[in-house]
Write a protein that binds this ligand. Structure first.
Ligand code: IMP
Length: 444
C-alpha cells in the first residue's frame, strides 16, 4: 500500500486532522482535494493545539510535503494567515514544502458577500453555511467564470475578470436581494496584488507532482475535508457543502486516475455530530445531547457554533462506506462515551408508513420523517483516555467497537481515545499493510 485516503463518513468533524497527523509519519505527501477554509482540523502535538483550515495536516510532520489540489477553492488571504500562524509555532512552510495547484478557483470578498446575503435571505431555511464563500466559488467554477490562482500571473487578465464579475455580482445582489453593499474594485485589486506577492510563489502543478510521487512509489495521503453526508451530490442535499467530499472527489480534485488510491480509510466518531441545518435522525435534543457536546467539546473549529450531537448512525455510516468505497474505519472520540450506563446505535430507520430501512435509498425532504431504530449496548464507567492498547480497554468498550464493525460491515482498524497522537489504538487484526504504511508496530 503506497497511497491512502482519509475520508469523513458522517457530517464532518470526525477528527480527520488528527488521524492524518498520526498516519503520516512516513508519508512523502499529504494532499487536500476539495473544500476550502470551511474545513477546520484541530491537531494536538506535544501538548500544543494547532488549528488548520487549508493546509493539509501533514504540514506538522517534518519531511512531509503538502499539496492543495485543483478541487479546493482557495481564500488566499486565509491561507497566508494560516501559514503565518503555523510558522509562529515553529513549523516551516516554504514553496519547497507546500504546492498549491494553479487551477484552484480563488475565493474573494465578493464570494463571502454572496454567501452572507443569501443565507440572510433564507431566514428560517438557512443551510447554516460557514459564510466563507465556498458555495459561490464552486458555482463560478461550474459556470466557467471567476479567477483561478494561475490567472494572477497576468495582472491585466485578473483586472478584466474582476471588473466583469463585480459588475455582474453587484447587479445580482441588488436585483435579487435589494443589497446596497458596494463591492469595491479597488479593494479586490489590492487583495489580488497581495496574493500575487504572497501566494503565487507556492503555485505549482499538483496533478503532476502527485502522479510522479505515486509512480516513484512514494507514500501519499489524500486528506478529505467535511464528510460523505455533506457531499454535494450524495449528501443530505440541500444541506450540504458544494464539493465532492466522498472518495470520488480525489481523482478530479487532484488530477490523478481513480486507481491512484490504494486504500480508503473512513473516519467516524463513536457518536454523531452535525453543524448547520439538515436531517439528523439520531440527534439528541435533550440533556444527553448537551452532555455529549460538553464532554466532546463539540463546537465548530471554524465558526465556534455548537454542534448538534446524537448517537452513532449505522445506516448513514453504511451508506458512506458504499458511496466512498471505504475499506476500513477509524472510530474516533470513543473516550467521550465513557460513563454512560447504556449506549445506543441506530441500525435502521422507520418510515411513517412503518417500513424499516437498513440501507439508505437517498436523502430527500422526506428523510426528516424517518425515526431511528436503536440497538442498546452496555456502557463502561472507566476513563479510557489514558489507555494505550486496545486490549486494555474495558470489555464493554471493546464490545462497542466490535459491534460497530460488525453492523457497518467494515473492519475498524484504529480507535481514538484522546487528543494526542499516542491516544490512537490499533485494533487487533488490522492488516499488516497499515502498520507498514504508518511505520509502526502497534502504536501510533
Ligand atoms: P459551506 O461549506 O460553508 O457552504 O457550508 C455548507 C454546510 O456544510 C453547512 O451545514 C456547514 O456547517 C457544513 N460544513 C462545511 N464545512 C464543514 C466542516 O468542516 N465540518 C462540518 N460541517 C461543515
Amino acid at each position: 500500500m503506497k497511497s491512502l485516503a482519509v475520508i469523513g463518513s458522517q457530517w464532518g468533524d470526525e477528527g480527520k486532522g488528527k488521524i492524518v497527523d498520526v498516519i503520516t509519519r512516513q508519508a512523502s505527501w499529504v494532499v487536500r482535494f476539495q473544500g476550502g477554509n470551511n474545513a477546520g482540523h484541530t491537531v494536538v502535538v506535544d501538548g500544543k493545539t494547532i488549528k488548520l483550515n487549508l493546509l493539509p495536516s501533514g504540514v506538522l510532520r517534518e519531511g512531509c510535503r503538502v499539496a492543495v489540489g485543483a478541487g479546493v477553492v482557495l481564500d488566499g488571504m486565509a491561507l497566508m494567515r494560516e501559514i503565518d500562524s503555523v510558522r509562529a509555532s515553529g513549523i516551516s512552510v516554504t514553496p519547497q514544502r507546500l504546492v498549491v495547484d494553479g487551477r484552484v478557483p480563488l475565493v474573494l470578498p465578493y464570494h463571502r458577500e454572496i454567501d452572507r446575503v443569501r443565507e440572510e435571505a433564507r431566514g428560517g431555511n438557512k443551510i447554516g453555511t460557514t459564510l466563507r464563500g465556498i458555495g459561490p466559488a464552486y458555482e463560478e467554477r461550474a459556470s466557467r467564470v471567476g479567477l483561478r490562482l494561475c490567472d494572477l500571473r497576468d495582472g491585466e487578465v485578473a483586472q478584466t475578470v474582476l471588473k466583469e464579475r463585480l459588475k455582474e455580482v453587484s447587479a445580482y445582489l441588488a436585483g435579487c436581494f435589494g443589497s446596497t453593499v458596494s463591492l469595491s474594485l479597488e479593494e479586490h485589486l489590492e487583495e489580488v496584488a497581495r496574493l500575487q506577492e504572497s501566494v503565487l510563489p507556492f503555485m505549482g502543478d499538483v496533478s503532476f507532482e502527485i502522479s510522479r510521487a505515486i509512480s516513484s512509489g512514494e507514500r501519499v495521503v489524500f486528506e478529505g475535508a467535511q464528510g460523505c453526508l455533506l457531499d454535494v451530490a450524495f449528501g443530505t442535499v440541500p444541506f450540504v457543502t458544494s464539493s465532492h467530499t466522498s472518495a470520488g472527489g480525489i481523482s478530479v480534485g487532484v488530477g490523478v486516475g481513480p486507481r491512484s488510491v490504494d486504500r480508503i480509510l473512513g473516519l467516524a466518531k463513536a457518536y454523531t455530530t452535525r453543524v448547520g441545518s439538515g436531517p439528523f435522525p439520531t440527534e439528541l435534543l435533550d440533556a444527553q445531547g448537551d452532555e455529549l457536546r460538553q464532554r466532546g467539546a463539540e463546537y465548530g473549529t471554524v465558526t465556534g457554533r455548537p454542534r448538534r450531537c446524537g448517537w452513532l448512525d449505522i445506516v448513514a455510516l453504511r451508506y458512506a462506506i458504499r458511496v466512498s468505497g471505504i475499506d476500513c474505519l477509524a472510530l474516533t472520540k470513543l473516550d467521550v462515551l465513557s460513563g454512560l450506563e447504556t449506549i445506543r446505535i441506530a441500525t435502521a430507520y422507520r418510515t411513517p408508513d412503518g417500513r424499516e430501512l437498513e440501507d439508505l435509498p437517498l436523502w430527500d425532504r422526506q428523510s426528516s420523517l424517518w425515526t431511528p431504530v436503536y440497538r442498546e449496548l452496555p456502557g463502561w464507567q472507566e476513563d479510557i483516555s489514558g489507555v494505550r492498547s486496545f486490549a486494555d480497554l474495558p470489555h464493554q468498550a471493546q464490545q462497542y467497537v466490535e459491534a460497530v464493525a460488525s453492523l457497518a460491515g467494515c473492519p475498524v482498524v484504529l480507535v481514538g481515545v484522546g487528543q494526542s497522537r499516542d491516544a490512537t489504538l490499533w485494533v487487533p487484526g488490522t492488516p499488516k499493510e497499515f502498520y507498514e504504511f504508518v511505520g509502526t508496530e502497534s502504536r501510533c
